[in-house]
Write a protein that binds this ligand. Structure first.
Ligand code: URA
Length: 211
């Protein structure tokens, strides 16, 4: 049976993530605490794939990248490059709208320590695969980090050795679809300057050339 492109909020597939959700529901009953659905336009030509919801970001707000440091740079840059309109205020009701863009995650539920394990990434891939298939106008996928990159490549049944993750790399997946890599815009990568704002903007310049 074809899976849907979005996991149900109370998805039960990954025992460790279900257990983590239960404990977060007790600790933070006011949080969203569920599988976070993709956000944006169904006719998007750009799909941005993150890793997984942050505990106090998307798992709090219910909207990808909303409420944590990773979202600050991502949404600021989307607004700068015309892929979003409005004002990002780090909350799901800030009225921000994406233009020609959808944002999703390789893993839809918050993992302990921000680290999904291989089995969880694999279990969640059918949702990513359907998200890609059902976004019919898609031309560019931006992978934020290697886990997102690898999961996207696997949805296309391609060999990872032939499509290695590299910041700023452009991979032709098929006639219509290009994959562009960036280091993840996490607080850690920004603090250590593995990724800087100009480096992130340079990747968006590459994306704009494609669209
Ligand atoms: N928030 C998300 O939704 N995804 C990430 O990868 C990081 C933060």
């Amino acid at each position: 049976m074809t899976p849907p492109p979005e996991a149900p909020k109370d998805c039960q597939i990954c025992p460790r993530l279900v257990e983590f959700r239960r404990s977060n529901q007790q600790k933070h009953p006011d949080f969203f605490n569920g599988a976070v659905a993709s956000f944006g336009s169904h006719s998007a030509r750009l799909l941005i794939v993150g890793l997984a919801p942050g505990l106090k970001g998307a798992n709090w707000s219910g909207r990808p990248f909303t409420g944590d440091a990773a979202g600050d740079l991502l949404y600021e840059t989307l607004l700068e490059f015309g892929f979003a309109t409005g004002h990002y205020q780090a909350r799901p009701d800030d009225g921000l709208e994406l233009i020609d863009t959808m944002i999703t995650n390789a893993v839809r539920c918050v993992p302990p320590q921000n680290k999904p394990v291989g089995g969880e990434i694999n279990a969640c891939r059918p949702f990513l695969d359907q998200r890609i298939k059902q976004t019919k106008a898609l031309k560019v996928i931006m992978a934020l980090g290697k886990i997102a990159h690898d999961s996207v490549v696997r949805t296309q049944n391609k060999r990872l050795v032939e499509y290695p993750f590299k910041h700023g790399a452009r991979h032709q997946l098929d006639n219509q679809l290009v994959l562009i890599d960036s280091y993840h815009c996490s607080r850690y990568n920004l603090n250590t300057r593995r990724l800087t704002k100009p480096m992130f903007e340079d990747v968006f310049k590459l994306i704009r050339k494609e669209l």
